[in-house]
Structures are given as structure tokens and as C-alpha cells.
Design a protein around this ligand. Structure first.
Ligand code: SF4
Length: 155
């Protein structure tokens, strides 16, 4: 898996102060996508063990307390990205059980396959659905268009 960007301190992608990882690769091709460069699975740089260790270290950093990790893209739930992200989210829930994981995907919750649903066991908040330009609304919190739904999966 490749990733496009990693923000060790982020206050705009989810609740509280967070770490955010933007993975590469998305098949949804939404019209008006904010970042078409993220569609390619070859964009960005490889996600390696050092990056995984860095995210864990940032989440454990007591100087700047993070509420959790946000996974965006691209699409973290694309089957090609799931395999690489699974050890990361498992490790977070094992080593930092008090941290939450937010995830943005272009798939709808109702259409996830078995593998994607299994991954959701590690996700606290899911924002689902493609970006639909006609339904775009800048006033929406955490979403680009009103068709997208915020699911608090652990509430
Ligand atoms: S799901 Fe997100 S990244 Fe993928 S095309 Fe749609 S807006 Fe772009």
C-alpha cells in the first residue's frame, strides 16, 4: 500500500486532536473529487514498518495528546489497502485501546463485503458513501455531501 500524506497532528479530520493518514488508491471516481491524484494506487510513497511505528509513537505521545487516528484517502477500505491497514489498526487497538479510529470510505456501509465488514471491528466512526457534487454542502461536519452518513459504530 502507498500513502499520500501523514499528519501527526490534525484537528480538522474528525473529533479532537488526531493523527491522520491519507492512503493512495480509490476506484469510485466521484465527480468533483477533492483530490484525483489519490485515485492511483501508485501515488505517494510505500507504507512501511517505520511509518506504522511512527503512528503508534505519535498516538502514545503524552506531550500532545491525540484522541485517535483518522484514515482517509483514497479509500482505506479498498481491498488492496485493507490488508496493509489491518496490522496497523489491530496494533492500535491492542497497544492504545483508549484511542479511536475514524475512517472515510466511498463504499456504502450496506454494500461492504465480508472482509471490509470484518475490518470495521476496529473502526469507531465510519463516514460512508461517494462524494456527490449535487449534494455537496460546505456546512456539513466531517462530510462533503449530504448522502454520506456518519456511523458511530461503537456507540
Ligand atoms: S471516494 Fe473520495 S477519494 Fe475516492 S473518488 Fe470519491 S471523493 Fe475522491
Amino acid at each position: 500500500m502507498n500513502y499520500l500524506q501523514y499528519y501527526p497532528v490534525d484537528v480538522v479530520n474528525g473529533e479532537g486532536t488526531r493523527c491522520t493518514l491519507f492512503v493512495a488508491g480509490c476506484e469510485h471516481q466521484c465527480k468533483g473529487c477533492y483530490n484525483q491524484k489519490s485515485w492511483s494506487f501508485c501515488a505517494g510513497v510505500p507504507f512501511d514498518q517505520a511509518m506504522e511505528d511512527q503512528i503508534l509513537a505519535d498516538l502514545k505521545d503524552t506531550r500532545i495528546k491525540r484522541q485517535g487516528l483518522s484514515l482517509s484517502g483514497g479509500d482505506p477500505l479498498h481491498p488492496k489497502n485493507l490488508t496493509a491497514l489491518l496490522p496497523l489498526v489491530q496494533r492500535i487497538k491492542h497497544e492504545c485501546p483508549d484511542k479511536d479510529i475514524w475512517l472515510w470510505t466511498g463504499y456504502r456501509l450496506q454494500e461492504l463485503n465480508a472482509e471490509q465488514q470484518t475490518f470495521l471491528a476496529y473502526v469507531d466512526v465510519l463516514i460512508d458513501g461517494k462524494f456527490i457534487q449535487q449534494l455537496a454542502d460546505p456546512k456539513l461536519l466531517w462530510r462533503g455531501s449530504s448522502n454520506q452518513v456518519i456511523y458511530h459504530l461503537k456507540a
